[in-house]
Write a protein that binds this ligand. Structure first.
Ligand SMILES: Nc1ncnc2c1ncn2[C@@H]1O[C@H](COP(=O)(O)OP(=O)(O)OP(=O)(O)O)[C@@H](O)[C@H]1O
Ligand SMILES: [Mg+2]
Length: 184
C-alpha cells in the first residue's frame, strides 16, 4: 500500500517520517525520489526551488513501488499523486504553525503564505480533488508530540484505514482564524 504523508510545511512531515522510520516503517522522501529520477519541471523563481513534475513522479512511483508492501511517501505534494492508495494529512492550528515556522527562521512572507494555506484547508481541498474522501485522513498535530503523531499513524494503519472518529476528514475547522486575523 502506498501512503502519502502530506501537510503544510511545518506540520511535521519530516519529523514524523523519521519517527516512523525508527520504528521500522519504510519511508520514501519525495524530494529525494524526484531528484534520483530527474522528475523536475523548471524552477519556481519566487521560491527559489525546483518544481516537481507530478505526472513523471507518479509514473515512476507506480513502476518502482509495488502496492503489496506498506510504503509512506513523505512530502508536501504527495497528495497530488494518484499512485497513492491512502492520504494522511498532518494539520496544525495556525498560531502554533506560525511558531514552528518562526523557529525554522522562515521569512514573514513565507510564513504568512503557509499559515493562510493551512487555515483555509488548501491541502485537504487538493487531496479531495484527486482521491475519494474515504481514503483521506487528517491528524491534528497541534497538541501532540512527534512520537504521538507517529503513534496515531500506526493506529490508522493497524485499523486498516477504517473510518475513525478521530481521523475522518472534515472535523478540523480553523476558518475563524481568518476573522481573528482581520480584526487584529
Ligand atoms: N508534533 C509536533 N509538535 C511540536 N513540534 C513539532 C511537531 N512536529 C514537528 N515539530 C517541529 O516543527 C518543525 C517543523 O517540522 P518538520 O520540519 O518535520 O515539518 P515539515 O512538515 O517536514 O516541513 P517542510 O514541508 O518545510 O519540510 C520542526 O522544528 C519540528 O521539530
Ligand atoms: Mg520536511
Amino acid at each position: 500500500m502506498r501512503v502519502a504523508l502530506t501537510g503544510t510545511p511545518g506540520t511535521g512531515k519530516s519529523a514524523v517520517a523519521t519517527a516512523l522510520e525508527q520504528q521500522g516503517y519504510f519511508i520514501v522522501r519525495l524530494n529525494d525520489c524526484a531528484k534520483e529520477n530527474a522528475c523536475f519541471d523548471g524552477i519556481d523563481e519566487e521560491r527559489n526551488s525546483q518544481l516537481i513534475d507530478i505526472d513523471k513522479l507518479n509514473k515512476c512511483i507506480k513502476k518502482n513501488f509495488a502496492t503489496d508492501t506498506l510504503v509512506f511517501f513523505e512530502g508536501h505534494v504527495s497528495h497530488l499523486l494518484t499512485a497513492m492508495d491512502k492520504v494522511l494529512i498532518l494539520r496544525c492550528y495556525p498560531k502554533e504553525l506560525k511558531k514552528r515556522l518562526l523557529e525554522k527562521k522562515w521569512t514573514a512572507k513565507k510564513i504568512k503564505e503557509n499559515v493562510d494555506a493551512e487555515t483555509i484547508d488548501v491541502i485537504l481541498c487538493e487531496a479531495a480533488e484527486k482521491h475519494p474522501v474515504k481514503n483521506i485522513f487528517e491528524i491534528d498535530t497541534t497538541k501532540k508530540t512527534v512520537e504521538e503523531v507517529a503513534a496515531s499513524i500506526i493506529e490508522i494503519v493497524k485499523k486498516k484505514f477504517q473510518p475513525t472518529k478521530s481521523y475522518t476528514i472534515g472535523q478540523i475547522d480553523w476558518s475563524e482564524e481568518i476573522l481573528k486575523e482581520k480584526s487584529s
